[in-house]
Design a binder for this molecule. Structure first.
Ligand code: MG
Length: 313
């Protein structure tokens, strides 16, 4: 199932939808019509666990050819938001999780040459999240090194605490796409939260594809373009620590809960690792894509009134 969060107009509430072809079905409205109401928000729906998903599949099958009036909208008539517009807690980010990216980072970002022996974990606050089409803020008062990272995002469905890797994927609700924007010149004493945690630094979505539709999360092509030029192109099979291992590792010490998000790291091709180095500036357009999941396009926009704002490369 392909799930989205959307608004029908600027003043309407953000609600949960199921994407079927070019239609967005209001799951709450459909389920209310059928007399077995499901929630109208993504997080509340995730909280229901498997019974919620099963109920949704039953409803969609029952009304497949006979949708009641008013429960669906043309995709082009709605505004898609991030699928979880406001996560309950920080996003878990994984650094240095693709072999070639470890190499490029060691040359440009003072990280170690050796492959990490365990996952490198950081976090991004809920205020980093933006949806498809939303502006990525470029604040030239604090960064002149804004960089891109396309990543597979994992959305947790059921509580995972000290979970073994062999059982870990059972805790996954679904998969999505996240761009881990990174202001390379805002790293402080090796800490990444100010570099990766600024407002708008997590374009996310537009879709969560439920885990039952992704046979193998370790075989997905992912890529990123800046102004139409391919900068990153790889496959999730090149992850150093796979999704199951990441869940097992994090949950050894931190309970993962429904709705939690893990951004699983980025492949090579970031701006910092290029010769000469490249950064994004106001007016640039970032597009990212993951096979079977979807496509995000976000513009970079100047904020603040720093006179140096704008392209200065
Ligand atoms: Mg990253």
């Amino acid at each position: 199932m392909r799930l989205v969060t959307y608004r029908t107009d600027v003043s309407a509430p953000a609600i949960l939808g199921v994407l079927v072809g070019d239609q967005v079905i209001d799951l709450h409205a459909l389920s209310t019509h059928a007399g077995e109401p499901l929630p109208d928000s993504m997080l509340a729906f995730i909280d229901l666990g498997r019974p919620g998903l099963q109920a949704a599949y039953r409803l969609l099958a029952r009304y497949e050819h006979d949708l009641p009036a008013g429960v669906s909208h043309g995709l082009s008539t709605v505004k898609l938001l991030a699928p979880i517009p406001r996560p309950r807690k920080n996003i878990f980010g994984i650094g240095l999780n693709y072999v070639e990216h470890v190499a490029e980072s060691s040359e440009s970002l003072d990280t170690a040459k050796e492959l990490p022996k365990e996952p490198v974990i950081f976090s991004k606050p809920p205020t980093t999240v933006i949806g498809p089409g939303d502006a990525i803020e470029h604040n030239a008062a604090i960064t002149h090194q804004l960089d891109w990272e396309v990543e597979l995002a994992v959305i947790i469905g059921t509580t995972a605490k000290r979970t073994h890797a062999e059982h870990a994927l059972k805790h996954v609700f679904g998969y999505s796409l996240m761009i881990d924007m990174s202001a390379r010149d805002c790293r402080r004493a090796g800490q990444w939260i100010y570099s990766k945690g600024q407002d708008t630094y997590a374009p996310f979505g537009p879709v969560i594809v439920t885990a039952d539709e992704i046979d193998n999360p370790q075989s997905l092509d992912l890529s990123l373009k800046v102004n139409g030029v391919i900068k990153q192109s790889s496959n999730t099979r090149h992850m150093l620590f796979d999704v199951a291992t990441l869940i097992a590792d994090i949950s050894k010490g931190i309970t993962l809960e429904p709705g939690d998000i893990i951004a699983t790291g980025t492949p090579e091709g970031v701006g910092a690792g290029r010769t000469p180095q490249e950064w994004v500036w106001p007016g640039d357009i970032i597009e990212a894509q993951i096979e079977q999941i979807g496509y995000l396009r976000n513009p970079v926009v100047a904020v603040g009134n720093d006179p140096r704002a704008g392209r200065d490369r």
